[in-house]
Design a protein around this ligand. Structure first.
Ligand SMILES: [Zn+2]
Length: 439
């Protein structure tokens, strides 16, 4: 199974917006832009909501049937490990092997030794086309990188082989994710992580590193965009080079786990993709490894995960509907304020809510449809937009899940207005700046 050049992780908390999400990708297709939909959902989300991977499969199949989508699509077992992969094996055909917890844990000394031995030829000054600087590789540095990441890659190998044994090698797409950790991985580390992934025999088609900066849930990127852009370009160069050097799948690409809506990095990402799509970048003389050309046959692709954004569009749609829709949206917020610690706990490293600035529920209670929608909708140029309000509601899907049928019935009742928001959000705020910019 081959994942195409551009793909979009449109996970959906309550499995009700598949059609509205797909409508955005169909709109892109009408513009000549092919983006593969991937319905991703993690064990954590399923547990909090009370859904199963089969529900996601059903949603995806139904959306595809209803919309007449004839191109590939996938269901992603997002952030899985050996302890929970079983429940996903049958219904998923995309697996995101999350090994972030194994980063920094010591690998066997003999494994580290043989890794260093095997990659001795890179010791010295390593030049990669498309990266301005050269990397100074010493044996010590190789050893440090191996010590930090080798165990994690070994763990990815275990998970991969476990899935392979059940599904068969060609029946799923593999992503390796290391994003849920505090320290970013630099391009040079990525290069050797990819070396280890290849040695482990994992046919990774996407890799999700932790990038520089903060990827807080539901809100824009926080950090130095220039630094991010440089790192992202470095990663693109490294991926293209590693594909050739280590024989990884030709379509291997970066996966950005955005935590939703990292709008300010979309332009630099689109710019970098365009730059690397055209072929080798720069005319650096080949390094010791003979880095003559870094172009893969596909050009630079991208997988973007931005799942939570759809749940917030559901809330916006409900609020805009007024009446009991708006009442539900307000109730979710009021309960979220009273249970903020509990809601933040599973996302502690990716949330920065200024609690003092959250509007009091009794104030929000007086808001009309428009006021609620404007505060929540991610429009950075709108004065009413409230990033603290948005972050808290991003985490509050647990409260909607507890409402059970009442919430789901409201989604059905106000399907039209919600769908409009879901489609428009994905198309206008995500696809246009990110993928249209690559053309
Ligand atoms: Zn992630």
């Amino acid at each position: 199974m081959i994942l195409e050049k551009y793909s979009f992780g449109i996970g959906d908390r309550f499995c009700r917006q598949g059609k509205a999400q797909l409508a955005a990708l169909m709109k892109a297709k009408q513009q000549g832009l092919n983006i593969t939909p991937v319905w991703n959902k993690s064990h954590r989300e399923h547990t909090i909501i009370g859904t199963t991977p089969q529900d996601t499969r059903r949603e995806a199949d139904e959306a595809v049937r209803a919309c007449g989508w004839r191109d590939p699509y996938f269901v992603d077992a997002d952030h899985i490990g050996l302890s929970n992969v079983d429940e996903f094996i049958e219904s998923s055909d995309f697996f995101t092997l999350d090994v972030a917890d194994f980063i920094g844990k010591p690998a066997d000394k003999s494994d580290v030794d043989s890794f260093v031995q095997k990659h001795k030829k890179f010791i010295g000054s390593l030049a990669i086309d498309g990266v301005d600087e050269t990397f100074d590789i010493t044996e010590k540095r190789l050893r440090t990188i191996a010590g930090k990441f080798l165990l994690a890659v070994k763990e990815a190998g275990k998970i991969y082989r476990y899935i392979e044994a059940t599904r068969g090698a060609d029946n799923f797409v593999t992503e390796v994710s290391m994003d849920e950790t505090l320290l970013p991985q630099m391009p040079v580390e990525m290069f050797f992580i990819l070396a280890a992934i290849a040695a482990e025999g994992i046919p990774a088609q996407t890799i999700a590193p932790k990038f520089t900066g903060r990827f807080n849930k539901g809100v824009d990127y926080v950090g130095d965009v220039t630094l991010f852009a440089k790192e992202f370009e470095g990663d693109l160069a490294v991926v293209a080079f590693a594909v050739k050097e280590f024989g990884l799948p030709e379509n291997l690409k970066l996966s950005i786990h955005s935590g939703s809506d990292k709008f300010s990095i979309y332009a630099p990402v689109a710019e970098a993709l365009k730059k690397f799509d055209a072929g080798p970048v720069g005319n650096k003389s080949p390094g010791r490894t003979g880095a003559a050309s870094v172009r893969t046959s596909n050009g630079a692709g991208l997988h973007l995960k931005t799942a939570g954004t759809t749940w917030l569009e559901e809330l916006i749609g409900l609020a805009m509907a007024g009446g009991d829709g708006l009442a539900i949206a307000k109730e979710v917020y009021a309960k979220a304020v009273s249970r903020i610690d509990e809601l933040c706990a599973p996302y502690a490293t990716v949330v920065d809510i200024n609690r003092e600035k959250l509007p009091a529920p009794k104030i929000v209670d007086r808001w009309d449809e428009g006021a609620f929608a404007l505060a929540l909708r991610h429009n950075r140029s709108c004065e009413e937009y409230d990033s603290n309000f948005r972050q808290l509601l991003h985490l509050a899907y647990k409260i909607a899940a507890e409402m059970g049928e009442r919430y789901l019935n409201a989604l059905a009742k106000y399907e039209d207005i919600i769908a409009r928001n879901v489609t428009e959000n994905i198309y206008d705020r995500h696809i246009k700046p990110l993928f249209m910019g690559t053309q």
